[in-house]
Design a protein around this ligand. Structure first.
Ligand code: DGY
Length: 337
């Protein structure tokens, strides 16, 4: 029997915000009162204030997202509220978009698109080096060493590496919770890293410090959870250590990158380019924002998981987590609080 039908309609009332945009603060405050479960997106801030308004009946929060930095987990834990989330189903979509941004930023596609859209193509000379950029991977002769560095090396990072591996990646280094602040450099290649390297044909894979990732990588990909622990891990210091031809891509949360420092680094040509699907303070990034004036910043409006298939799968999983939670059953994906 479909899960939804297991809820007795006489016992459960469903209140739905059925617009394709985030709820308003007043709507959610009004409608979360006395609710037993809430299905939310990353635009809903689930904090002390909202939980107080919700009242003691709330038992389950189910977020239709893999990230849950919009949820104050300590406030949930205090009230014994369980939290469901939607990993896995969006891995491929986000990995695809990460590669798209890496290619666009590396190959000046953002600037090229603006030139064409602004009607400036007729004035653009087809000079031998006009709009040339670096190349991802082992290059024309297949021998150039190329290092991809990840901040965070979970499912999406590995799926991204898999997509990049045919370009010829001689080395993959990553900073994770244990290696990031560790001694510089750290060489910690787990058995899992070694077998992944073999499977993907990547020269070597190992954990290292943030500093090492900054200075050694040709492409730095940020794919770690948001929140206090990762706030501005990419700051002026990190950017200052990157190679001048290196590219930064962020498809996780805007808070991981210090935008002002990134703008400076791009202006001063400390790095080659940046591809961002997320920006701190989004979606309030107005047209005049300094980042958007930079030709080498490719910025997308947080569409990493935005394929119809993926969003349907996320929605289904979020609903199933909610219902299973309400029925007192295990959720397919539950955050251990
Ligand atoms: C998530 O699920 O956390 C993504 O950022 C949404 O696309």
């Amino acid at each position: 029997m479909p899960l939804l039908h297991q809820l007795n309609p006489d016992e459960w009332q469903i209140v739905l915000w059925d617009e394709d945009r985030p709820t308003t603060a007043s709507w959610i405050k009004e409608n979360i009162k006395d609710a037993e479960g809430a299905l939310v997106l990353l635009t809903e801030k689930i904090n002390e204030e909202l939980l107080e308004i919700a009242g003691p009946n709330l038992r389950i929060v189910s977020t239709m997202s893999v990230g849950y930095d919009h949820v104050e987990t300590t406030a949930l834990k205090k009230r014994n509220i369980r939290l469901g989330y939607t990993p896995d189903v969006l891995t491929n979509a986000v990995a695809d978009l990460t590669v798209l941004l890496a290619l666009m930023a590396t190959r000046n596609a953002g600037e090229g698109l603006s030139i064409v859209k602004d009607g400036k193509w007729p004035q653009l000379p087809f000079g031998p080096f006009v709009l040339c950029g670096p190349q991802i991977g082992s290059g024309v002769d297949g021998k150039k060493p190329y290092t991809v560095g990840f901040i965070g090396f979970g499912r999406i990072a590995k799926a991204t590496l898999k997509r990049l591996s045919p370009y010829g990646i001689s080395r993959c280094i990553y900073a994770n919770t244990s290696s990031a602040r560790g001694p510089h450099p750290t060489y910690a290649s787990t058995e899992g890293d070694q077998s992944l390297a073999k499977e993907l044909g990547v020269g070597e894979i190992y954990a290292a410090s943030l500093e090492y990732v900054a200075q050694e990588s040709d492409l730095v990909i940020v794919l770690a959870p948001g929140g206090k622990e990762t706030y501005h891990v990419v700051d002026a210091r990190f950017l200052g250590k990157m190679k001048s031809m290196a590219v930064l891509v962020n498809t996780s949360r805007g808070t991981l990158v210090d935008t002002d420092a990134l703008v400076d680094a791009l202006k001063e040509h400390k790095i080659w380019a940046a591809g961002l699907d997320v920006v701190e303070g989004e979606p309030n990034i107005p047209a005049g924002h300094p980042l958007l004036r930079l030709p080498r910043a490719v910025v997308l409006p947080h569409i990493g998981s935005a394929t119809v298939d993926t969003r349907e799968a996320m929605a289904r999983l979020a609903v199933e987590n909610l219902i299973n939670g309400l029925l007192g059953r295990p959720m397919e994906h539950e955050v251990r609080l």
